[in-house]
Every structure is written in structure tokens, then in C-alpha cells.
Design a protein around this ligand. Structure first.
Ligand SMILES: N[C@@H](CCC(=O)N[C@@H](CS)C(=O)NCC(=O)O)C(=O)O
Length: 208
């Protein structure tokens, strides 16, 4: 049984979504990132103290996109991951990583500044710089959606799990305005049964 250490709105949702799409059994362990006392069992899994992490037998991993690639590699093949010879592969690979490295990572700067920084430091230079970077990078998503319904082309893949999470994070928690094409895309991807199941299970998961 695969254990996903996560939170209701954390990137663990990407992992649970993929597991649901692939029909693999898993359990979710909730971690309260704001708890004053850290659970030693959680810190033993990830001393870096960031979500998500998975345990799969002897395997312990962090980094949501690396985890998606691990699960598809180990338990695939799956249509969620185009093969390297597939014409969809380059776009798939690019957007799989853009969703985290290019978008969600940078979104965290205005997000945490807005919630956690002292009042006088909320509107800081780094947060504004990161916001502008994200706005420019979203142009790549917009250009893609003008040409195709999904990031890799005409079918849903793990790149959509990656990018959808970032769009949702940015819109819900960091004040990024999605254009109509992005809104329709997000509605399309998150209407999938697998996403809805992953969301419900992440919300219902007991504390770690
Ligand atoms: N690149 C990492 C980002 C992980 C990350 O920033 N996780 C957030 C929650 S979604 C977190 O744990 N933040 C708290 C912290 O880093 O202290 C991934 O994709 O897994």
C-alpha cells in the first residue's frame, strides 16, 4: 500500500490524483504544516519538512513531479505518460515540469508573503518579481490552450495534473487571475472523477 503524506491543499493532491487515475491503492496521512510541535514520525519521513512525500515499500520520496514520474515508471505504462517516441512527448515533458518548476514554485513567494510575512513586508520586491515571472510564464499555458485542449495535445496526461494544480493554487491562494481559457481548462480537468475522488480522500484523511 502506498502512503501519501500530504494536506488538503498541498501538492499531495497531484499524487493522489495520479494514483486515482491509475487505479492504484493508497492511503493519505495528513500533516499539519502549521502545528507548533512537529510529528517525529513525519520528520523521519522528510526531515526537510515539506509536502508531499510517499512511502512505497522500501521507497521514500519527496518532490511531487518526481513522485509522479516514479509512479508512472514503476506501475505504468499509462496513457498519462506519453512514450519518448510519441509526438506529444516534448510538450508533455515541458508542461509536466513547468507546472512546478516554472509556476507553482514561484507562486509560493507571493503566496507565503501574503499570508505569513509581517504586514510591512507583505508587498515586497521579491514577491512582486515572482508574481511578474509567473504572469509571463502563464503566457506559455495560454498559448498552449489556444492550440490544444490539454498540455500534451488532444488527451489528458500527467502534465495536466501538474499544471492544473499550479493554476488552482495561484487562483485560490495567491491572487492570480485566470483568463477564460484557463478557467475552462481547469473546470475540464478538475471535473474528472479521479480528481474528485482524490480531493475527497485528501480532505477526509485522518491526521498523521
Ligand atoms: N517542489 C516541491 C514543493 C514542495 C512544497 O513547497 N510544499 C509545500 C506544501 S504544498 C510545503 O510543504 N511548504 C512548507 C515548507 O516548505 O516549509 C514539490 O513539488 O513537491
Amino acid at each position: 500500500m502506498i502512503t501519501v503524506w500530504g494536506g488538503q491543499t498541498s501538492r499531495s493532491l497531484r499524487v493522489a490524483w495520479l494514483l486515482e487515475e491509475m487505479g492504484l491503492p493508497y492511503q493519505v496521512r495528513q500533516v499539519d504544516m502549521l502545528a507548533p510541535e512537529k510529528d517525529p514520525a513525519w520528520l523521519a519521513v522528510n526531515p526537510g519538512d515539506f509536502l508531499p512525500a510517499i512511502q512505497d515499500g522500501e521507497v521514500t520520496m519527496v518532490e511531487s513531479i518526481a513522485i509522479l514520474e516514479y509512479l508512472m515508471g514503476r506501475y505504468g505504462p499509462t496513457p498519462l505518460q506519453p512514450a519518448p517516441g510519441d509526438p506529444a512527448f516534448p510538450a508533455y515533458q515541458q508542461f509536466l515540469h513547468l507546472g512546478e518548476a516554472g509556476l507553482a514554485t514561484l507562486m509560493m513567494v507571493p503566496l507565503v508573503s501574503g499570508f505569513l510575512a509581517p504586514q510591512a513586508e507583505r508587498d515586497n520586491w521579491s514577491a512582486r518579481w515572482a508574481r511578474e515571472c509567473v504572469e509571463r510564464r502563464l503566457l506559455l499555458v495560454r498559448r498552449r490552450l489556444a492550440a490544444a485542449p490539454y498540455m500534451a495535445g488532444d488527451r489528458f496526461t500527467a502534465a495536466d495534473i501538474s499544471v492544473s494544480y499550479a493554476l488552482r493554487l495561484g487562483a485560490a491562494h495567491a491572487g492570480f487571475a485566470l483568463d477564460p481559457a484557463e478557467q475552462a481548462y481547469l473546470a475540464r480537468t478538475t471535473a474528472r472523477d479521479a480528481y474528485q475522488r482524490a480531493l475527497a480522500r485528501s480532505q477526509l484523511a485522518p491526521p498523521a
